[in-house]
Design a protein around this ligand. Sequence first.
Ligand code: GBH
Length: 461
Amino acid sequence: SVSGDAELIAGLPAGFRWGVATSAYQIEGAVAVDGRTPSIWDTYCRVPGAIDNGDTGDIACDHYHRMPADVALIKDLGLDTYRFSVAWPRVQPRGKGPVNPAGIAFYDRLVDELLVHGIDPWVTLYHWDLPQELEDTGGWPVRDTAYRFADYSMLVFDALSDRVDTWTTLNEPWCSAMLGYAYGAHAPGRREYPAALAAVHHLLLGHGLATVRMREAAPRKVDIGITLNVATAYPASSSEPDVEAARHADGMGRRIYLDPLVHGHYPADVVADLAAEGVELPVEDGDLELISAPIDVLGVNYYFSQKFTGYAEDGRTVDDAGQPISRTIPLDKPRTAMDWEIVPEGFTDLLVSIARDYPGLPMVITENGSAFEDHADASGFVADTDRTAYFTSHLAAVAEAIRQGADIRGYLAWSLMDNFEWAYGYAKRFGIIRVDYETQARTPKQSALYLKDLAQRHRGQ
Ligand code: GBH
């Protein structure tokens, strides 16, 4: 409602960023152009059955060839920030060696195009597209990959830091490590549990190495941070097994990243949980000092929260291997097209808990959004009232967290346009702009016009 919108706008601080986010593999296409080599996603998309409908990122939104028009769309929406990712295999083919001039030139042009339109560029260095050659030598489970990431980061930083103020090292290391190496649901599709935990540590180490080197090389004040996918883990009841299950989930999803980043050590309860599974993180001397190098901003990606129980369906509290049960059960909320429950209060609780557990760390919402079954009219317009309502309830949740003391500096919607939704291919649409994949026509949806209006009114107040 208009009055509800006025209230949420009033709850957001002056200078609050309004923007949109994308990632390279999800929108660029042009995978074999200007010296780019394959990433793990190019490879994984060719595994039969890996991606719904056999979709690939080969063409995606063809953003590589349509970049100026896409930047103009952001400008038309009156948004002030655009978060995009750099494709490692474009900038440094095969993951080593000098910069590829033709590859970095694309991002050079993108940054200039954004600046000409008064849009603040926010660079994510790694949004999951590891050069395949680095996977062939072991991927994130091997320590060397962290050093390779820091070297690559410096190539990008050297080229763009004269104009880019805000830098994110990694997008959602949980996804890279767990979906990629434990659950086999994302590239490279491995199911190797101890290796996935090594990947967690090496991703964080890569973040730390890159952060320290970028800070030293910075030509002026820049903001450096990391983006995490985090959520609230609610216990199903106050029973000990349910509370334990939620603690375990929160440990593996949130604190295993934030504790080393902010406090310089892994959480003791998580280390104990892992030891009980026979897993030890491959920490070497000095690693935690690097990982806890100060950051300027925490990027928070939020989609939904879950409820956890420590009881199996048959009532047991341990599995066949003697490990405690921790599984999700429905909160009984409406769902999006991803089958994700819509839990805005989990967003408030999450942001307030981060502010409490990690005080002094400014946050920006670097992704929030939803997929729904969109219906385009003859002109391509989508009256996406469900997506619009999702934005309203989640922005209100952010405003409520701010009211409760959380330091939140901005909100970037996921996503600028419909794109390649990883294992779901093009079937799931998160865009605020409709993409017709036959013609590559872009049409702003109702939700885009809604965010445009909110940002404008907030700025004008
Ligand atoms: C983000 O990932 C990505 O950054 C972005 O590229 C992607 O397009 C967007 O979200 C939409 O998916 O049920 O075990 O997976 C979010 C991935 C999804 C990871 C929810 C955590 C919950 C636990 N997150 N998931 S599980």
